[in-house]
Ligand binder design. Structure first.
Ligand code: GDP
Length: 664
């Protein structure tokens, strides 16, 4: 078999509370996978795995489940909705062939919905929009659709009309049935709207339309589907998940409008790990999306990005409440693979050829210190954080052994609550978190050179000269060596290249140095005196010497923001914005509401969304997304104490590194 026409890999994405978990629950119920309906509010939903999810009623981890619908198998990935867990969503999006974007008909398009939409659009993921909660007081299908057209995309086009609204919401009617349409003006109008949107994009349809030809539903549908597959048109559906209204129609739409995976069983093995779970008896379980080839129990697979092999012991399909040991995974499919003990998120199985590139929605902008409540737990806490960091690499756990300090990076404060709850439930550890601090960076101020001659105290010999120059904002580190192999052995050159990023972890002010080019322009080893570890010792000295010469400029994280508030608050908000060092465009007032957009430092605006909500009695909102790093005067930013001995303090540094190395 080549293309799996009867398979769908889809995800449900939405702002928190839009109703994803409820929809999933009803899908599993409708497909016969579960016999009773769980409720998020009662902590009984089947896809909320973790204790913290049950307690707080939010989904934290993407849960993959499979269910049959019509003649298809649907792999469904339920993604967390809170902004703090964007890294999970991001990893899930990478492996989807289609998505359902849920929007509440009461709250409408939220900031996070916009972020998600932007990612779906950039990755060209075919999407269905489900407007949920039409039964609730204050729900409006028309207003929500309007907002979608204005804020997200004009390509959204309803393929249903809702029957009634709020307490009178009674169901949905599809637009495809000719007879129904003949007797219902709203259906006829919705059908016309689909033809309009299609004719704007499809010349054949346009021609027939202009000629006044009869445009019957089967023909229009056939022409419509490829545009959805290319993410150029977005079908809109309606419902009330909690009452199970519209869910079956949504499932039909998944089968009908979202594409099957491509990829063949005959091609070389190519897959990616997009999620890790810890299992009491099986250890690490890796969720794998396979793009090419096949995977079987007892296969030995190459982890391409790390150049090692591991053995598969079991391949499982996860159902709502049980798993099935299938022993086989085909191209295009998703399953939980056991036995890969040293596997990490993002690892590539086989070759990377067929795997789509990674996509970054979010970057953690805050760093926080973790301390065990009981000092004796310190080593266990470090091990636990390392394990959690393997599962979520963005946590970027740092263990500063000299200071006995543990640090992680986070997106926001809800993530801290979840971490603390995970530490307790999974590892039996209680820990406290310090106050989250903004993560600054540094970049060289001007070009310059760094030199080191590590030839004393003997025996040692490593001489290096680096050229360091500032790079464009967002370019990260670019490294190059212009040294000939005769002067410096390739193995030593490799060692230097490996150590440069590490040496840049702490610049003159204690922050990571980024957006620069480092060129090794001179290097020398000694046939007798050079020990392989000499370049490990020397590289940081050469780099730090360079930074001392170039000087560094502080960079601070910025947010793109949009504020909407009652008109009379405009003056107050503008003066707050100036105080917070924001840059903003001309504000606008539309029907009694004040709008302003711009960029603002994370450091000054962390609490502002909450403050604005309080000031305006809940009628003002501020939405933000990460907008990159920007230069910041030192006196307005912050420095961080250095961890370990500074390589600029030469003799003390050499002594400390030599001691550490000889102890290893
Ligand atoms: P998630 O955070 O997106 O997974 O959303 P949940 O499924 O947890 O739902 C959030 C809340 O909205 C819960 O209290 C649900 O009971 C409620 N809810 C979900 N769908 C509907 C709906 O269609 N109508 C109403 N009235 N409430 C809903």
């Amino acid at each position: 078999m080549t293309i799996k026409r009867n398979l769908r890999n889809i995800g449900i994405v939405a702002h928190v509370d839009a109703g994803k978990t409820t929809i999933t629950e009803h899908m599993l119920y409708a497909s016969g996978q579960i016999r009773s309906l769980g409720r998020v509010d009662e902590g009984t939903a089947h896809t909320d795995w973790l204790e913290v999810e049950r307690e707080r009623g939010i989904s934290v981890r993407a849960a993959a489940t499979v269910f049959p619908w019509k003649d298809c198998t649907v792999n469904l990935i339920d993604t967390p909705g809170h902004v703090d867990f964007s890294s999970e969503v991001e990893r899930a999006l990478r492996v989807l062939d289609g998505a359902i974007l849920v929007i509440s008909a009461v709250e409408g398009v939220q900031a996070h919905t916009e972020t998600l939409w932007r990612a779906l659009k950039e990755m060209k993921i075919p999407t269905l929009i489900f407007i949920n909660k039409l039964d609730r007081i204050g729900a409006s299908a028309e207003r929500t659709l309007d907002e979608i057209h204005k804020v997200l995309t004009p390509a959204a086009v309803p393929v249903q009309v809702p029957i009634g609204e709020e307490s009178r919401f009674a169901g949905v009617s599809g637009i495809w049935d000719e007879e129904q349409r003949a007797g219902d003006e709203r259906l006829a109008r919705a059908y016309e709207a689909v033809i309009d949107k299609l004719a704007e994009r499809d010349d054949e349809v346009l021609e027939r339309y202009v000629q006044g030809a009869l445009l019957l539903a089967p023909y229009i549908r056939d022409r419509f589907v490829p545009f959805v597959h290319r993410a150029e048109l977005v079908p809109v559906l309606y419902g009330s998940a909690i009452q199970g209204i519209g869910v079956r129609e949504l499932m039909d739409a998944v089968v009908e409008f979202l594409p099957a995976p491509s990829g063949t069983d005959e091609s070389p093995l190519s897959g990616v790990v997009f999620k890790l779970e810890r299992h009491q008896s099986m250890g690490r379980v890796a969720y794998v999306r396979l793009y090419g080839g096949q995977l079987k129990n007892r296969d030995t697979v190459l982890i391409a990005n790390r150049g090692k092999t591991e053995k598969v012991t079991q391949i499982r399909k996860m159902h709502a409440r049980h798993y099935e040991d299938t022993g086989l995974l085909y191209a295009g499919d998703i399953a939980a693979v056991c036995g890969l003990n040293d596997i990490r998120i993002g690892d590539i199985l086989g070759s990377a050829a067929a795997v789509p590139p990674e996509h970054r929605l979010s970057v953690p902008l805050l760093t926080v210190r973790v301390e065990p409540d009981n000092d004796a737990d310190y080593p266990r806490l470090a091990a636990a954080l390392q394990e959690l960091s393997d599962e979520d690499p963005l946590l970027d756990f740092q263990w500063m052994q000299n200071e006995r300090e543990l640090h992680v990076k986070v997106m926001g404060t809800i993530q801290l609550e979840v971490l603390s709850s995970l530490l307790l439930s999974r590892f039996g550890l209680t820990a406290s978190f310090g106050k989250p601090a903004v993560i600054y960076k540094e970049t060289p101020t001007r070009a310059g050179e760094g030199f080191v001659a590590y030839t004393m105290p003997k025996p040692c010999w490593a001489v290096l000269r680096f050229h360091i120059e500032p790079g464009e904002r967002g370019s990260g580190l670019v490294y190059e060596s212009r040294v000939r192999a005769e002067d410096l052995l390739p193995s030593y050159q490799n060692e230097v290249e490996r150590r440069v990023p590490e040496a840049l972890k702490q610049g003159l002010y204690g922050w990571e140095v980024t957006d620069l080019k480092v060129t090794l322009i001179y290097g020398e080893h000694h046939v007798y005196h050079t020990h392989p570890l000499d370049f490990v010792v020397a590289t940081p000295m050469g780099i730090m010497d360079g930074l001392a010469n170039t000087g560094t400029t502080l960079l601070e994280p910025m947010l793109q923001f949009r504020i909407s508030a009652p008109e009379d608050m405009g003056g107050r908000i503008l003066s707050d914005l100036v105080q917070m060092r924001a840059n903003f465009d001309n504000p606008a007032v539309v029907s009694g509401r004040f709008y302003v957009e711009g960029t603002i430092p994370v450091a000054t605006s962390l609490d502002y969304p909450v403050k604005l909500g309080a000031l305006s009695g809940g009628r003002g909102t501020m939405t933000t997304r990460f907008a990159g790093y920007r230069e910041c005067p030192l006196e307005l930013g912050a420095t961080r104490p250095r961890s370990g001995v500074n390589p600029l303090d030469r003799s003390k540094y050499i002594l400390s590194v030599r001691n550490a190395i000889s102890r290893e």
